[in-house]
Write a protein that binds this ligand. Structure first.
Ligand code: AKG
Length: 278
């Protein structure tokens, strides 16, 4: 399903820039298969009969200019699970981040139709203060050719070294999607160099949980879709008390008297010791 080799140079580049972009990742024959999943999911049709944890957009209900997002569709569809929980994704993210292994915290199904609005600049790790250690790494897989014009993912080069800031401002469709970034960088005198992820469909971008990123308007007449796997270290635990960011949704999976992340809800993708949930 996926192919990718990560070299020592790639790891150096990831550490330097806070991200790594590769033009080839998902095999071509799978692209149309994954694209065919989008329409039914956003109509609320779930092959496993299980609803995802979050869904911000439904046919007939929501504004056509919003970027459509579903979180944890892996629970609803086995093929999506096979991709976002793939051991190669876990191995690559663990190698890039220096972790003993990876487990999935959350997936995203992202759909930016023609004319769709923005996603505000943010740091992924800012949303998981309910996890110890508070960190994250992401694998973003493009299902359409991406460009600056169709509102592709964009990164601030080297911003993973700026430290962690609590979430601030709107995530979905802010008018000025760079407002929080500009306020922060001006206040702390940080230099902002933006890199747009421009890859063919099936290409991939990996980023550090502290890397500032967002995406602009889709100014084209074509759809821009992606599937995303957000991971944390395999040995991460629940924070005993914090519930910030997405904690108010996902901390319902915490068992009484235990800080352990259950593999049924946060599956292990890969560890150095050879462990994986699926
Ligand atoms: O695809 C996008 O527009 C944004 C994706 C994103 O924020 C992420 O994958 O962390």
């Amino acid at each position: 399903m996926i192919n990718c080799t990560i070299t020592n140079e790639d790891i150096k580049s990831f550490n330097k820039n806070g991200f790594l972009i590769k033009e080839r990742f998902l095999q071509e024959k799978y692209i149309s298969l994954f694209l065919s999943k989008f329409d039914p999911l956003f109509r609320g049709e779930f092959p496993n009969g299980i609803a995802p944890d979050e869904q911000n957009w439904l046919y007939g209900k929501d504004n056509k200019y919003l970027t459509r997002q579903i979180c944890n569709a892996w629970k609803s569809d086995d093929l999506i699970r096979d991709l976002v929980c793939h051991e190669l994704i876990g191995r690559i993210l663990a190698n890039l981040m220096g972790w003993p292994g990876s487990r999935i915290l959350q997936d995203n199904i992202l759909w930016k139709p023609p004319g769709a609005k923005t996603l505000g600049y943010h740091q992924d790790a800012a949303y998981d203060d309910w996890i110890v250690p508070q960190t994250m790494a992401t694998c973003w897989i493009a299902l359409d050719n991406t460009s600056k014009n169709n509102g592709t993912l964009e990164y601030v080069v080297n911003s993973h070294k700026w430290g962690l800031v609590p979430p601030n401002g709107d995530f979905h469709s802010p008018k000025d999607y760079k407002k929080t970034l500009n306020e922060f960088s001006m206040h702390y005198n940080k230099e902002v160099t933006i890199k747009h992820v421009e890859v063919p469909s099936g290409g991939v971008a990996f980023h550090h949980g502290l890397t500032w990123h967002g995406s602009g308007y889709n100014k084209t007449k074509r759809h821009r879709r992606a599937i995303v796997s957000h991971c944390i270290p395999s040995n991460a635990k629940f924070h005993p008390t914090n519930t910030g960011g997405t904690g108010k949704i996902y901390k319902k999976y915490k068992k009484i008297n235990s800080l352990k992340l259950d593999e049924s809800f946060f599956p292990i993708l890969w560890t150095k010791k050879g462990k994986k949930t699926f």
